[in-house]
Design a protein around this ligand. Structure first.
Ligand code: 3H9
Length: 699
């Protein structure tokens, strides 16, 4: 039952009932049409109310149907809305909690709308790379005005019903209910009050004009051009709303529909829809049921007041959770607290944080030099030097002082979490929480699940991540976990490209044009080239046969660690971050090529992009096959939220699916044949080879 029908005296109520958000899938659409027919055939019914069961009026079209025949199958949303408009009896939408997308479009088709306060009202289609395709761009401007409507449509952001309801002259809501609890009764009473009013009012009959249309739409186009670089939808939203002001309603509607269908098939929309579902799926762990009991986290301890420790601390203070930071020396504590203050003060200065909020957050912070002061902490996160001996000392002390049931987390980015857990007598309570720098800004949190990590610990950490507004992705234990293990392959390729004939700026430009926020060399300069140097030295011992370009080592031998030393792959002027191509570096690369006996060749941008991205894909496939990541979407979320992978490409694994896995494998074979490259690294992961051969894609 996806739409229920009930008669209350002389009013029929159609209740959408398609959990979780009453998405307007095919069965629900059919249920609405059936309900309308029954109500019109029943002489005792004088008016009809449409509402939603549970926690939403409706979240809009069922996104799962997109790209399938069901999305457009009759009755499609247009036909449903037409049936509502053409009903012989008044139809009243009783809106509450969530009224979005197709849900709002359905409400706009109703003759009247009664809204509960607190309802989130939005046309968020643009966030899925489409535009409202069931009349939203034509009807919303008629009830809230052209500019307000276009703002909502282009941003996709929700607006609270009471704010709209308070705007003089708005025609979206005919009545605001006193409270959400009063909505059902008030909507019934309203329906009775208008039962005999004729003609029935239709939004489509309202005028839609902008007094200075030419100038306004030109301005709007310029605005979205700057905002929406890689996405076609926002500009189409402007076109559709402009059409509402210039064309007859039916023509505008047809135009909107054409734009909607075209956008639905764009790779950008497929990427955004993939991200929508992957983001939600990432929080679900296959063998940890959603009702797993959670531990209570009211107090947090952080070991280490350095850049990472300070950033991690800020996340919890921002969420209203008290933190005690521990350091070995008072000076280190003072420095750490001063940095936290500085960060908050910068936010206050920019007007992003109110002074009283800043003070409230600082009041939640305490410091200590004694492990004993962490005895009450429910969660303790270690962010000390990345060395196993140091971690051992910390975890042994934590094991002594932490209360039973406290979660002990390591922020390690590469070390073995199982080995760390073994330093304690409670490995079930140990987990990795790998934050990304700057930890108070970056969305990604890799939650590293040790062999013995308890399920309730995982469930708790995932919930904590949500509270501190992180995108948490679970990774199994391996060197580098999901993100850094893959980036090593990407960096390896970046190095080979220099040996073969590229400059750092050519590589960076090519991948930035593809959409990466920053190319590998600019990124290295930002993060510090010495970090990769230390890892390569470790690798040289662990995997002596691993092939890599020596240019990055030569760079570090010149002391060019990046922005922090004023020179890296690029030159930097004092106090500035602009990357200036470096003659010294270009000469160093050329000299190295000579020692290798390599004649430089011209490498195309296409080859640069493919080698960088497909190296991620191949390692990602191995990670998936080994069960380090449980879903390919998890790998995509890691890259989208932690490594600047372009959103409009949907993540490396999704991008590979778009290119076609067969094509990816063919390209990898070509790269493997290049004697300058690492043929072993290009051997397709067995999972990738199998899926490509079967014509399938990553799931
Ligand atoms: C549209 O309407 C097109 C029309 O213009 C034209 C058509 C012709 N469909 O976010 P949550 C699921 S396009 C299917 O964690 P919250 C979601 O996957 C649509 N499923 O909860 C998740 O499932 P699961 C325009 C949907 O409380 C569960 O609901 N509408 C849909 O934080 C809970 O989601 C939108 O773009 C859907 N439409 O937030 C609205 N929506 O539990 C997109 C949600 O299996 N949705 N689900 O993982 C949202 O913004 C939020 O989900 C919402 C609830 C605010 C509704």
């Amino acid at each position: 039952m996806t739409a229920e029908y009930k008669v209350h005296g002389d009013v029929a109520v159609i209740t959408l009932n398609n959990p979780p958000v009453n998405g307007l899938g095919h069965a629900t659409r059919q249920g609405i049409v059936d309900g309308l027919e029954r109500a019109q055939a029943d002489a005792a019914v004088k008016a009809i109310v449409i509402t939603g069961a549970g926690g939403a009026f409706s979240g809009g079209a069922d996104i799962k149907e997109f790209g399938t025949d069901k999305a457009l199958q009759e009755p499609n949303l247009h036909s449903v809305i037409l049936a509502v408009e053409n009903a012989s009896k008044p139809v009243v939408a009783a809106i509450h909690t969530v009224c979005m997308g197709g849900g709002l479009e359905l409400a706009l088709g109703c003759h009247y709308r009664v809204a509960a306060p607190g309802t989130s009202v939005a046309l968020p289609e643009v966030k899925l790379g489409i535009l409202p395709g069931a009349g939203g761009t034509q009807r919303l401007p008629r009830v809230v005005g052209v500019e307000a409507a276009l703002n909502m449509i282009v941003s996709g952001e929700p607006v609270k019903s009471e704010l709209i309801g308070a705007v003089p002259g708005q025609k979206l809501f005919d009545k605001m209910a006193a409270s959400p609890a009063a909505l059902a009764e008030e909507a019934l009473a309203f329906a009775r009050s208008v039962a005999d009013v004729r003609p029935l009012p239709l939004v489509r009959n309202l005028p839609c004009k902008h007094p200075e249309g030419d100038a306004y739409f030109q301005f709007a186009r310029n605005m979205v051009k700057g905002m929406a670089k890689n996405f076609p939808a926002p500009a189409k939203c402007v076109d559709a709303v402009e059409a509402a002001t210039r064309r007859k309603f039916a023509d505008g509607l047809a135009y909107e529909r054409e734009l909607f269908i075209n956008l639905m098939w764009t790779p950008e929309s497929r990427a955004l829809r993939h991200i929508f579902f992957s983001e939600r799926a990432a929080s679900k762990i296959p063998d940890v049921p959603s009702d797993t009991p959670q531990r209570i986290i009211q107090k947090v301890g952080v070991i280490g007041a350095g850049t990472m420790g300070g950033g991690i601390t800020m996340n919890f203070l921002n969420a209203g959770i008290p933190v005690t930071i521990l350091e070995t020396k008072q000076e280190a504590l003072d420095r750490g607290v001063a940095t936290i203050r500085k960060n908050y003060e910068a936010q206050v200065k920019k007007g992003k944080l109110k002074e009283d909020k800043y003070q409230q957050r600082m009041a939640l912070l305490s410091t200590t030099l004694a492990y004993g002061d962490l005895k009450d902490a429910d969660l303790i996160i270690e962010a000390v030097f990345e060395e196993m001996g140091v971690k051992e000392a910390v975890f042994k002390q934590l094991d002594e002082v932490a209360k039973p049931g406290a979660i002990l987390a390591s922020n390690t980015s590469t070390l073995d979490v199982d080995q760390i857990a073994a330093f304690t007598k409670r490995p079930q309570d140990v987990v990795g929480m790998h934050f990304f720098s700057p930890a108070n800004v970056m969305k990604l949190l890799e939650v590293v699940r040790g062999k013995q990590t308890a399920k309730d610990v995982l469930a708790t950490v995932m919930a904590v991540a949500k509270k501190i507004k992180k995108t948490a992705v679970v990774s199994g234990v391996c060197d580098g976990f999901i993100g850094n293990r893959m980036i090593e392959r990407y960096s390896q390729q970046a190095g080979f490209l220099l040996d073969e004939g590229c400059t750092p700026q050519q590589v960076d430009k090519a991948i930035e044009k593809f959409g990466f926020a920053m190319g590998p060399f600019r990124m290295g300069d930002l993060a510090g080239n010495d970090i990769g140097w230390a890892i390569r030295k470790r690798r040289a011992i662990e995997k002596p046969d691993m092939k890599y370009s020596k240019t990055a080592d030569l760079l570090c031998e010149l002391g060019r660690f990046g922005q922090k030393t004023g020179a890296g792959w690029y030159d930097y002027q004092a106090g500035k971050r602009d990357a200036i191509p470096s003659e010294v570096v270009n000469q160093m690369i050329e000299a190295h090529r000579k020692t290798l006996g390599v004649a430089p060749r011209k490498v195309s941008d296409e080859e640069i992009v493919q080698r960088l991205v497909f190296s991620l894909v191949n390692e990602g496939a191995k990670i998936l096959e080994e069960g380090i990541a449980s879903k390919s979407g998890d790998i995509d979320m890691v890259y989208l939220t932690g490594y600047g992978f372009p959103i409009h490409r949907g993540g490396p694994m999704h991008y590979a699916t778009e290119v076609g896995l067969f094509n990816v494998v063919q390209a990898m074979k070509r790269f493997a044949a290049n004697p300058m490259d690492d043929a072993k690294a290009w051997a397709p992961a067995p999972l990738l080879a199998r899926l490509a051969a079967e014509g399938k894609s990553f799931q």
